[in-house]
Structure formats: C-alpha cells, structure tokens
Design a protein around this ligand. Structure first.
Ligand code: ZN
Length: 505
C-alpha cells in the first residue's frame, strides 16, 4: 500500500476521502513496492535512500522544495502565482485549474528518475488544505458578469483531485493495480442531493417546495430557520437545523445558544436533527465547536469547503467529529444577480452536472423556498435534469452522511492486497453495497463488492477508462476569473459584504 512518511492532517484526510490503504513509514525503507509520499524534509542519509529507491523503480510524490534536495541540479525559480492552470497532462484530468495563490514554481514537475518517477507539486499541500480563510469568489460562466459567492479561499476538492490523479499515475508507472473503496452506493457514478435552507420564506413558499419535492420524487433535506418556521409538522420530510436567528457570531456562546434554541424547537415537533448548515454558509472555529457541543453529526458551509467529498475540519489541532458535507456554492439567486436568463440558469447547472458526473464527484446543490416559489418551472427542470443523469444515486444530505460514515468505518476495518492476479480481502463488512474500484496499469477498471475472500482478478470483467473530455474554452477562459476587470466587479460586492456584515453584527 502507498507509503506516507509523516502523519499530517491533510494527507490522511485525502487518503481517507479516496478510500485507499496507506502505511506510515517511520524510516525510509531499503525497498518499497508502492509509491511513497514524501511530505517532510529529508536528512542526508534519507536522501540517499530515496535515490536508491528511485533507481529501483519506486515512484515518489513530493513537493518542489524536497525535490531540489533530491535532485540538487534542479533549481526552481520562485514567483507569486495566482493559480495553476491545466497543463494538458493526465494529472489535470477533470481539473480546469488549481485555485490557490502561492509563492513557488509555476508548474508541476513530472519526470523519470532512475527506474522510477517523480511528481513534485510546487506548494505545501498540508498548508494549502488546512487554510480556513474565505473570500468572495467568481465562478466561470460565459456571461458578461460572473456569478460569485463568499466561499472557502482554497478550493480543497480540486487539490485532492490533483493529488489523487498523481497517485493513480504513479501506480500506473509502477505497473500496479490501484484499488480504493468506491465513493457511492453500489456502483453509482455520482450522488445527487438538494439542500433547502428555509431562510425567511413565507409559508406559501415552503408549501411550494414540498410540492416540488413530491412532484420530482427527489428527497430534499430542509435546513430550518426555526424563528421563521417554528411549527413544522413531522411529515416524514428530512428536517435539520439552519438557525434560530439567521446569524453567525464571532464567539462560541452565542453560536451555541442559537443552535441549541433551534434544536429544541425542532425537537418539540418530534424531529431529532443531526445536521446543520450555517447562515450565509459562514464558518469559523467557534461555530464548529458549537455544532459539536450540540451533539450534531454533520454540517455544510461553503465558506469552509465546496465541491468536495465529505471531510472533517481540524480545530484545536485535532479532528472535529462533525462531518462537513460540501455543496456547490452557487444558487439561483447568485445566477440571477449575474443577470443570467432562465435558460442560462438551466445551462449553468447542466454544465455543472456533466462536469461532476464525469469526474465521479458529488452533485450537491442548494437553494431557498422564496426562489423556488419565484421560479418553480426552472427548479423543476433542473431537478429533473439531475434525475435523468445516468447511474446517479438520488439521495439526500442526511442519508449521504450515514453512507459516508459507514464507508469510513468499513475502510478502517478492512484490508486488501493484490498479489499477482489474486485479490485478498479481509473485512467484517457484510453488506453488498460497498464496492472496491480497481484500476489496472493498462487503464481498464472493474468493481467488486468488498467482501471477505480471495478473488481471481482474471475472472472479473473490465471496461476501458475513457479519457475525460476537458472543456478547452473553459481552460482558456479561466484567467478571466482573475483579471483586473473581474477583480473590480468582486471588489464592488466586497464593499456590500462589509456593509452587510456590520448590519448582521
Ligand atoms: Zn440562510
């Protein structure tokens, strides 16, 4: 299994999101049959060991800071980069650009070395992924104004995808089968969920949302503003917590009290909430602690993460026990603000759905009842488009939380190994819902239920992996998101954000 030489939050998080097995290596071994992640600086002896491993064909994933030591003839000019654009190689599969500002080399280094291979990322991965800052960010759509929202500064999901693409490539280079726990129930290609934040919608808009849920047959998850909607009947819909006061505070106590009050109101209606989403998608350490202490299980804040697999925030130098389930941060209101027509709104989501499905990433979107009653037809169309996607798992936020938790505990209780053509699985897992996804060195793939036993890989049926289609115009247009003109637009909204922030207290 893949080797990791230092226990770091972000690395372990990504490997668990991917569902791969890894081994912590205290020392650099003389021989290793799988790729190794070099995520700390090495001493002279260790550098020699690494060179030996590379000569024997072991592949290495590291950063350019370590690479300069491994290959002293290489020197990388450091400069300020606003982003890292898709370079056309396969490690950028399903990635338009890495949205991360850093000082360092402006390319990802990929090269053969001895009989092995090195890939070096030009920034510190752990540092990038532990960033909890937020900023107003534009999202690309071919329109005069770009839709924008206050989101996490670092797009964590895209860095994870890059790292996983690198690891998969190194497995291929080492002629190894790559196996990981599949992300979704059975062999579904993606999952769809619709999150509704009730905000200040009048009763009629809630009813319109219930009607939409029934008409589409997709199960929604409602995050209730309990001050505006105190008396919800427990009518078999999935009700969770948005807030009592529609505010996020800068301290712990007021956040705790706000969530607690909302929770008590829902409990009076016979509802036992386990999920939460914060007003405006805002996140800070205090709110995370307040969610934990209210004994909730999951939350979703796009100013912490968006367009990613579930993850666990790190606070007080430890994992939080509350799972973060990211959504796509752009709702219809943001598109309307950017002057998109109704057809363009539909097109925006269709493009987003296609992109996520192709990348096997979740398709979780959110909106509000007051928008649903305003544009019922467009919502119906968007949801039906999602429903018609091939091999899509129609789920909701709470069901997906339970799924992901089950997948994580299965990962921690299972081992597998491929020797020649034999797959050995050692697991307590009894269900037939969790699958291993196997990618062969010649780029075919197969799925097999994760169940105790020894299986001959030659008896499985394989499908060729099709190279993902990348939207070249989107890559070419990406720099527009960082242009002076866009910055001016964003600055204007930031001024409004600041005024609103004062009003919100
Ligand atoms: Zn809200």
């Amino acid at each position: 299994m893949i080797g990791l030489i230092k226990k770091e939050f972000a690395w372990i998080q990504m490997l668990e999101q991917e569902g791969v097995l890894y081994q912590l290596l205290d020392t650099i071994p003389d021989q290793y049959d799988y790729p190794i992640i070099i995520n700390r600086s090495l001493n002279q002896y260790e550098l020699q060991q690494i060179q030996k491993l590379l000569n024997h064909g072991t592949c290495i994933l590291t950063d350019t800071f370590n690479l300069e030591k491994i290959k002293p003839d290489l020197k990388f000019a450091s400069r300020k980069n606003r982003y890292l654009l898709n370079d056309g190689t396969d490690i950028f599969n399903n990635i338009t650009a890495i949205d991360y500002q850093y000082a360092g080399h402006n390319k990802i280094f990929q090269s053969e070395y001895g009989n092995g291979n090195i890939i070096a990322i030009p920034f510190h991965i752990n540092q990038a992924l532990l960033d909890t800052g937020n900023e107003r960010k534009p999202f690309y759509y071919p329109s005069r104004k770009f839709p924008s929202e206050i989101t996490a500064k670092v797009n964590k999901g895209v860095i994870r995808k890059l790292v996983i693409n690198c690891i998969r490539k190194l497995y291929r280079k080492m002629n190894l089968n790559y196996a990981h726990l599949w992300y979704y129930l059975n062999q579904m290609q993606s999952a769809f969920a619709f999150r509704v934040d009730t905000d200040f919608g009048p009763e009629s808009s809630l009813q319109a949302t219930f009607d939409l849920e029934d008409k589409t047959g997709i199960k929604f998850t409602y995050f209730v503003n309990t001050k505006a909607h105190p008396a919800l009947a427990n009518n078999k819909r999935d009700f969770q917590i948005h807030c009592y006061e529609h505010l996020v505070y800068k301290d712990y106590q007021r956040n705790y009290d706000n969530i607690h009050k909302a929770k008590s109101i829902l409990e009076k209606s016979g509802i036992n909430p386990i999920g939460f989403v914060s007003p405006y998608g805002l996140w800070n350490q205090h709110i995370q602690k307040a969610i934990e202490d209210n004994k909730l299980k999951y939350s979703s804040e796009f100013s912490f993460a968006y367009d990613d697999l579930p993850l666990f925030p790190v606070i007080e130098n430890r994992w939080s026990g509350v799972m973060q389930i990211p959504v796509h941060p752009i709702c219809i209101g943001r598109l309307v603000h950017a002057s998109l027509s109704q057809d363009q709104c539909l097109d925006y989501y269709q493009k987003y759905f296609d992109k996520q499905l192709q990348a096997n990433e979740p398709i979780f979107i959110y909106d509000h009842p007051h928008r649903i009653i305003q544009f019922p037809d467009i919502f119906y169309k968007i949801l039906m488009r999602a429903k018609q996607l091939p091999d899509i798992w129609l789920t909701n936020m709470t069901e997906f939380y339970h799924w992901w938790q089950a997948r994580l505990s299965t990962l921690k209780q299972s081992q597998w190994q491929i020797k020649q053509d034999q797959l050995h699985i050692n697991t307590q897992n009894q269900t037939d819902k969790i699958f291993l996804h196997i990618i062969t060195p010649d780029q075919t793939e197969t799925f097999i239920p994760l169940q105790q036993g020894i299986y001959n890989l030659q008896n499985l049926s394989y499908k060729n992996i099709i190279k993902p289609i990348m939207d070249k115009t989107e890559i070419a247009n990406y720099p527009k998101l960082k242009s002076r003109r866009t910055r001016m637009q964003i600055n204007f909204y930031q001024c409004i954000d600041k005024i609103l922030d004062k009003i919100k207290g």
